[in-house]
Ligand binder design. Structure first.
Ligand SMILES: Cc1cc2nc3c(=O)[nH]c(=O)nc-3n(C[C@H](O)[C@H](O)[C@H](O)COP(=O)(O)OP(=O)(O)OC[C@H]3O[C@@H](n4cnc5c(N)ncnc54)[C@H](O)[C@@H]3O)c2cc1C
Length: 431
């Protein structure tokens, strides 16, 4: 039997290096660049590639990918521990080659791309030379994929795509889109859609507008309202089989969701660290905030919630490594995904409160992190949908009670126990 919660000393050295590297090299970059995905920004190009090179030299590039894709094949648990460190920064994920949505998109291409597509798109993506976009949600609804109407029609050697997509993150920086489109509207619910790769420079690909989100101060929003008008792509740009779009999506969403959760551990820890530092520093009514019991409770609640969440994330990562099959950990991932927004929301909110007016100001990152908790309740699927799925799955094999009363109904249990121990009870004159 093995059961342990320790990081092996060799990997701990790696994590210590990452902690120092992120603090000394990555966090300062966040303070001066506009967006880590913007390859057109000369400052970004001057600062980020040298850091990526140092990560490569350290053997920490894209650690979740296997060596055949230029990664280390560390698996999800080790990535989880690393992502906790990277996750508190904006540029960290891209510096370590583990950023969303590219990590998930690279998994799709690795599984379903032809050798030519891999050479043209996967290689530069994994090298960090380009970034990509995942385009699934449509303006009329994201939670119900059966409402999607963007279509792909086979025509000679091509597929022709028409429709609109909504909130396609990083579209304006992307060299290609992975897009879900309906190939057979009459098919069963889960067999209607297929997945495609669309190079960004294909005629008919249009960004209608870039939408921003509350809390992010980029000059131009990074979530695009997209229009695809008679977009013609070669037949081999279909990823997976026709009608298997939802199955292909799971290849990326499983990984994508757990990676977000790993990074969120980092943001929650940073919020708690800030809360504690402020509590120790701020003097009021003859003592520090740290001496006030209500503040101690805020710190305690935050630590308990962080540790609970972290254990769930790491156990889920461990299970992914064990089973190498996202379908077997679907509930674990949905649980982590559902827990993530709340823990970040609650801990970042307390950290804001403890910082007083400074906490809600734009001179601290807490407001941005709080707004990210709301993003996390939506990106990669709304919390309610994940909770529904967990509840449904958990109850799938549960039998209804055989009679009128629940199996745990105490009168029946006492009666049955008295029958079981009847001889002993009789001996004592209790029956
Ligand atoms: C920061 C961010 C980044 C994103 N990036 C991408 C991206 O790169 N690519 C992409 O394709 N999409 C992206 N999305 C979109 C995301 O996938 C959708 O927001 C999500 O699927 C919900 O769809 P919706 O916004 O249309 O909300 P709706 O489907 O309209 O749902 C709104 C709300 O209704 C409730 N609800 C919906 N259905 C049910 C139900 N069955 N039971 C109970 N309650 C329900 C939930 O509270 C839900 O939040 C991103 C979103 C955010 C916030």
């Amino acid at each position: 039997m093995s059961w342990g919660f320790e990081t092996d000393p060799e990997y701990q050295k790696v994590l210590d290096w990452a902690e120092a590297f992120v603090t000394e090299e990555v966090e300062p970059v966040d303070c001066v660049i506009t967006h880590a995905y913007d390859m057109e920004d000369p400052l970004r190009q001057a600062l980020i590639p040298p850091l990526q090179q140092r990560v490569r030299e350290k053997g920490l590039w894209a650690t979740h990918l296997g060596p055949e894709l230029g990664g280390q094949g560390f698996g999800q648990l080790k990535l989880g521990l690393l992502n906790e460190i990277i996750g508190r920064t904006h540029s960290g994920p891209i510096v370590f080659g583990a950023q969303a949505p590219d990590s998930g998109n690279s998994e799709i291409l690795a599984h379903y791309g032809t050798p030519e597509l891999k050479e043209r798109f996967l290689k530069p993506l994994v090298n960090g030379d380009i970034v990509s976009c995942y385009s699934m949600t449509e303006p009329q609804g994201g939670s119900d994929p059966t409402s999607f109407i963007t279509s792909a029609v086979a025509d000679g050697d091509s597929w022709v795509i028409n429709g609109e997509k909504w909130f396609s993150s990083n579209a304006r920086f992307a060299s290609f889109f992975i897009i879900m489109a309906v190939t057979d509207p009459e098919a069963a619910r889960t067999d209607r859609a297929s997945m495609f790769i669309v190079p960004a420079d294909t005629p008919g690909v249009e960004i209608v507008r870039n939408t921003g989100v509350w809390g992010h101060n980029y000059e131009v929003g990074t979530h695009a309202y997209m229009r695809f008008t008679d977009v013609r792509i070669p037949r081999d740009h279909l990823l997976g089989e026709v009608g298997r779009g939802f199955a292909v999506a799971q290849t990326r969403l499983g990984g994508g969701r757990i990676h977000h959760a790993m990074r969120t551990v980092g943001l929650v820890r940073a919020s708690l660290d800030m809360m504690m530092e402020r509590a120790k520093t701020r003097q009021t009514r003859g003592g520090s905030l740290a001496d006030k019991q209500l503040v101690q409770q805020m710190v305690a609640d935050s630590w308990i919630e962080l540790e609970q969440f972290r254990l769930l994330v790491l156990r889920t990562a461990w299970r992914i490594d064990q089973y190498k099959d996202y379908r077997r950990v679907i509930n674990d991932i949905a649980a982590v995904k559902s827990a993530m927004p709340k823990v970040l929301h609650d801990v970042a909110s307390r950290a804001m409160q403890v910082h007083g007016s400074l906490g809600v100001s734009d001179e601290l990152p807490l407001g941005k992190w709080l707004s990210e908790s709301y993003h996390m309740a939506l990106a990669d699927g709304a919390t309610e949908i994940h909770k529904m799925q967990i509840g449904r799955n958990l109850m799938r094999n549960v039998e209804p009670a055989p009679g009128l009363w629940p199996t745990m109904h105490l009168p029946a249990r006492v009666e049955s126990a008295r029958e079981k121990f009847r001889p002993q009870l009789e001996d004592l004159g209790l029956y």
